[in-house]
Design a protein around this ligand. Structure first.
Ligand code: FAD
Ligand code: SF4
Ligand code: SF4
Ligand code: SF4
Length: 748
């Protein structure tokens, strides 16, 4: 690629010269660009123009910082700055009556050429006597200098509509330009021009041989650009309150520790959510409109698995907080309270801590070592734990007496039945209990036909576990359609892929034992066909029975996975359990219910969010501190306006981003899955996927706005963009160029 920078003054035709050179190359089949950079738009003001051409398609849109050659249209602009970034051995062509040797001392590293384009232009009546237009003459000189045949220069002139005297001027300059190939191999240090490694090109006003424009053109503006930060939809929707854009930005900079640190501000479970979260952030991702959501879940997993951060308490406080239940809600609350400095103690009725992370979600989706690692990090903050300790109404009162606040995070403990006629017998097992046995390794279903009733995660996990434990066949029976199934989409897909058959719009109504001639007991499950009616109170279309549609399935075991409900017996009679409501009646101690128990959201991320909100709330109550619940996307960014609007895809300049498919990790071959509880989905090997994040509504310092500001009055100082409002005319080019809607115009 050849890149040329042109220094001139307004009215001399510098931009047209760039176009002429580009056109001559374009007509020869090359890929070209030509563009200008203006200061105050007045005759005589310094301008720069640029031209680049190459055999290959040009994708670069930057200014030219390290040109191959420089052309100077006005000798008063000659100074060290014109050689800034110029490659050693490049040409400097000056419009001057002087011979090239006149500039040899000044620019010893470069080849020099001069041509008296001003005289040639005047002789050909181009422009006026005071402002002759020298561009066509210089085009001829450039042709000779760069070995472009004169006829190709003339063809470009004609292509752009020039004829007569312009062609004559070009031809004469082609003959008269004086070239010196090697002025001096090495000159004295002061003659070497600006150092070639200086990355930025000269500013328009720098070395221009003239003072700053006296007129503060910013006075012409009726609007001025300002910088704001909007809310990316992923951040907005994440139930855990994660700063998704922030941690992706850190990963894109190859900073996994920083990414993890950002995540740990909100969630203590990034490796777990990076595997098991239904990822509503991906469903809301603006990149869907371009080429598919950013794989946020996998990136969260990457940060959790590869980042190294040891969180520490931020203070030490004397207040004691009791937390009942050690699922994700209870542990998240304990984690944040411990970070605020409180003495947190967790009471768990089971033998292990972790709630459904341990007893519910099976190993092939959430390996035990991942759960253990994240729980150990939480406990590392000095949290006390008492396992095998069931809290009832009486002991809760005791906790309230001995602590400064109590949080109850006991999840959903009541399991639903279907009244099939054989409930309570060994024919019917609850999904949660089945999965608990799977976790403990004391159940097999070799050769059995298993029917799982339900459409949520418990149903899918039980079905997939049964397959791995030797079941001959597994069918899931669900009374609505696939669209209404509450299980995570990917899990339904994986279950089907592994061989679980799914009977939709099917309602089991009765179960009977059948005579069996083998070792296994045989059951007959009567089912009824259903159709969907109007939406019910859950918002989903209600299943309606189709008369006379009964049919029968035979099986050796039925697993019920119909969902759970809260056990509120721990609370005083009549307590209404809702998140955010302080439950009264237990001395003066603040008492809150959190997690599934209070929200019924049924996801780990929602339990995390609930636990964190409660911890922040208690900290506010006990300390009077003002702690924010929401994290700003990137806190270090300095902006004029924090905007609480969620940015949608139509506010982004999607056409400025290159399309690139999302990275997906490898998965265990299906054939292997049926014989192992090994994790099915592998993580990504690197974090390059994070670079697909568009950074919606949040400045990621791409600097396009600075590059394209035609006045050169917008620059970055550290993390801050500085607009020189004295000279900003409010043209709005920075607004047009910002791909992520960070800059907006505001009326004066
Ligand atoms: C099989 C299954 C698969 C799931 N898969 C996913 C998934 O892939 N992704 C997802 O986001 N969500 C999933 N979920 C939902 C998710 O696990 C829950 O939403 C989440 O665990 C709720 O957290 P929690 O802390 O409120 O309650 P839990 O995790 O239920 O924890 C409650 C804890 O309290 C303890 N406890 C109860 N009563 C008492 C008492 N009286 N005294 C002391 N301790 C007590 C319990 O032993 C338990 O340890 C799944 C749920 C199930 C059942
Ligand atoms: S917790 Fe879930 S919703 Fe939140 S960022 Fe992680 S994957 Fe997305
Ligand atoms: S592109 Fe990035 S910032 Fe925008 S919604 Fe998707 S993940 Fe969030
Ligand atoms: S163009 Fe880039 S640097 Fe400028 S405001 Fe927009 S995101 Fe920030």
């Amino acid at each position: 690629m050849i890149e040329i920078r042109i220094h001139g003054r307004g009215g001399q035709g510098g931009v047209t010269l760039a176009k002429l050179i580009a056109t001559s190359r374009f007509l020869q089949g090359l890929s070209v660009q030509a563009f200008g950079l203006y200061a105050a738009e007045r005759s005589g003001a310094p301008i720069q123009a640029f031209c680049r051409y190459a055999d290959e398609p040009i994708t670069n849109r930057n200014l030219i910082y390290e040109p191959d050659h420089v052309i100077v249209l006005d000798p008063t602009l000659v100074g060290p700055v014109i050689a800034t970034g110029l490659k050693t051995g490049g040409w400097i062509l000056v419009n001057s009556p002087e011979p090239p040797g006149e500039f040899a001392n000044q620019f010893a590293r470069y080849r020099l050429a001069t041509v008296d384009a001003t005289t040639i232009a005047r002789d050909n009546n181009l422009g006026t006597r005071s402002v002759p237009i020298v561009n066509t003459a210089l085009a001829g000189a450039v042709g000779r200098m760069l070995a472009i045949p004169l006829q190709e220069i003339c063809a470009a002139l004609e292509h752009l509509g020039f004829k007569g005297s312009n062609l004559a001027a070009a031809s004469r300059a082609y003959e008269e330009v004086r070239l010196v190939e090697s002025p001096r191999e090495v000159g004295p240090p002061e003659a070497l021009g600006a150092p070639a490694d200086e990355r930025r090109g000269p500013s328009l006003l720098e070395g221009a041989g003239a003072a700053l424009p006296a007129l503060k053109t910013g006075q012409w503006a009726t609007e001025q650009p300002r910088r704001r930060q909007m809310i990316p939809p992923c951040n907005h929707i994440c139930p855990a309150g994660n700063n998704v854009q922030g941690f992706l930005n850190a990963l894109a900079r190859d900073e996994p520790d920083e990414a993890l640190e950002i995540l740990l501000r909100t969630t203590p479970f990034p490796s777990i959510c990076g595997r098991a979260c239904p990822a509503p952030c991906m469903e809301a991702c603006n990149r869907i409109e371009l080429d598919g959501a950013v794989n946020v879940r996998q990136m969260e997993r990457y940060a959790g698995d590869h980042g190294v951060v040891t969180p520490a308490p931020l203070a030490r406080r004397d207040e004691r907080i009791a937390i009942v239940g050690s699922g994700p809600a209870g542990l998240t609350a304990a984690y944040h309270l411990a970070r605020f400095g409180y003495r947190a103690k967790v009471f768990e009725s089971g033998a292990e801590i972790g709630g459904l992370l341990r007893s519910g979600i099976p190993e092939f989706r959430l390996p035990e070592d991942v759960v253990a690692r994240e729980i150990d990090r939480i406990l590392g903050l000095g949290i006390e734990v008492e396992t095998d300790r069931r809290i009832d109404r009486q002991t809760l009162l005791g906790l309230a007496r001995d602590h400064d606040a109590v949080l109850v995070a006991t999840g959903l403990q009541e399991q639903r039945d279907l009244q099939l006629g054989m409930d309570g017998t060994e024919a019917v097992v609850q999904g949660i209990d089945f999965l608990d046995h799977v976790h403990r390794g004391d159940v097999r279903v070799d050769g059995e036909s298993v029917v799982v009733i339900g459409g949520g995660n418990t149903a899918m996990d039980a079905a997939r576990s049964a397959l791995r434990l030797g079941a001959r066949s597994v069918r899931v029976v669900y009374r609505r359609s696939r669209q209404e199934m509450p299980a995570i989409r990917e899990e339904i897909h994986d279950a089907a892929e592994e061989g679980v058959s799914i009977d939709l719009l099917t309602q089991p109504v009765a179960l009977h034992e059948e005579p069996s001639d083998g070792l296994l007991r045989r059951y007959r499950l009567t089912c009824r066909r259903m159709e969907l009616g109007e939406p019910d109170e859950s918002g989903r279309r209600a299943p309606m029975e189709i008369p006379d549609s009964d049919f029968e399935l035979t099986c050796n075991r039925v697993i019920l996975a119909l969902g759970q409900s809260p056990d509120v017996s721990v609370f005083p009679e009549g307590t209404e359990v809702r998140e955010g409501t302080q439950l009264l009646g237990l001395l003066e101690t603040p008492l809150f219910a959190i997690g599934d128990l209070a929200t019924h959201d049924g996801t780990i991320a929602a339990a995390i969010g609930s636990g964190r909100r409660a911890a922040v709330h208690i900290h506010r109550v006990l300390s009077g501190a003002h702690v924010r619940i929401t994290e700003h996307a990137d806190e270090y960014c300095d902006v004029d306006v924090w905007c609480d609007e969620v940015i949608r895809a139509d506010a982004l300049k999607l056409h400025l981003f290159e399309r690139q498919a999302a990275a997906e990790g490898e998965s265990l071959p299906i054939i292997e899955r049926r014989s192992t509880f090994d994790e099915v989905h592998m993580g990504l090997e690197d974090a390059t996927e994070a670079a697909r994040c568009l950074s919606c509504g949040v400045c990621n310092e791409c600097d396009l706005c600075c590059t394209y500001c035609p006045e050169g009055v917008l620059k970055r100082v550290g993390h801050r963009l500085e607009f020189d409002y004295a000279y900003c005319k409010g043209c709005g080019v920075c607004v047009t160029e910002c791909p992520r809607s960070v800059i907006f115009m505001s009326h004066l």
